[in-house]
Ligand binder design. Structure first.
Ligand code: OAD
Length: 233
């Protein structure tokens, strides 16, 4: 017999913030259909042209600061507050819309637009409105400022904690992610192997569709509140 209030582990991706106006990466018109990720989301691209990369992230940061949470973010915050089994919220997103909606202890496995990172000494600080390649690090003074986001070829953050959460999950839910970028794309299979039920909430079946026991398709602003209501109400 399954437990009445299993621990829920949720993974979110760009699709949950799409209706907040932030767009996605791989849909038609998505960021990676307009820009080459090798130029904008790799340490090598940054080394080649830091000014271009920082200008791109300055633009993205401005959009993130202007965006507001949508009903999907709000519903997950409500679930976190009321679900007795506890909810671990992992996001691949570098926006702060989960926090703005009231979620706490969000695991930002791909970092955040709202922090700067010194590529030389690893110091982190709140991101200024705009970053320039000549900005000195407040700790070591070297001009190595970059956004604190995880680029391709770098190791995502908090993987130990995420591994423990997946092992302890009774239910794993993936929301608004295409299931193409590892390690996140492997979480559903890992949670299922550890004994969790798995569920996908996405506009359409993801690349990972075969790893889910249940799926609900549609826009996150509708599907996520409906799913949360089915658990809480
Ligand atoms: P993708 O752009 O790959 O996938 C977005 C998913 O959201 C797709 O499956 C869409 O069908 C779905 N979607 C779009 N609009 C939606 C809506 N309104 N409601 C629900 N679902 C919707 O984005 P991610 O999977 O998040 O990493 O991408 C993963 C990583 O790739 C990102 O974190 C980023 C990117 O390169 C780095 O930059 C390191």
């Amino acid at each position: 017999m399954s437990k009445p209030n299993p621990h829920i582990v949720i993974l979110t991706g760009a699709g949950i913030s799409a209706e907040s106006g932030l767009g996605t990466f791989r849909d038609v018109g998505g960021l990676w259909s307009r820009y080459d990720w090798r130029d904008l989301a790799t340490p090598e691209g940054f080394a080649r042209d830091p000014g271009f990369v920082l200008a791109f992230y300055n633009w993205r940061r401005e959009r993130v600061r202007a965006a507001r949470p949508n009903p999907a973010h709000v519903a997950l915050a409500r679930l976190q507050r009321h679900w007795r089994g506890g909810v671990t919220l992992i996001t691949q997103n570098v926006d702060d819309l989960h926090e703005e909606a009231g979620s706490e202890d969000v695991i930002h496995m791909h970092g955040t637009h709202l922090r700067a990172l010194c590529a030389a000494c690893g110091h982190r600080w709140p991101a200024p409105e705009t970053m320039a390649a000549s900005d000195p690090c407040p700790a070591c003074a070297r001009p190595a400022t970059r956004p604190d986001v995880v680029w391709f070829g770098e190791t995502p953050y908090h993987m130990d904690r995420i591994g423990r959460a997946l092992t302890g999950a009774g239910l794993f839910v993936s929301i608004g992610t295409s299931g193409t970028v590892y390690p996140a794309a492997g979480f559903a299979a890992a949670a299922r192997q550890a004994g969790a039920r798995t569920c996908e909430l996405n506009l359409e079946p993801s690349e990972n569709a075969g790893h889910f026991d249940e799926a609900r398709h549609g826009p996150a602003s509708r599907v996520v509140p409906d799913w949360v209501a089915s658990l809480l109400d």
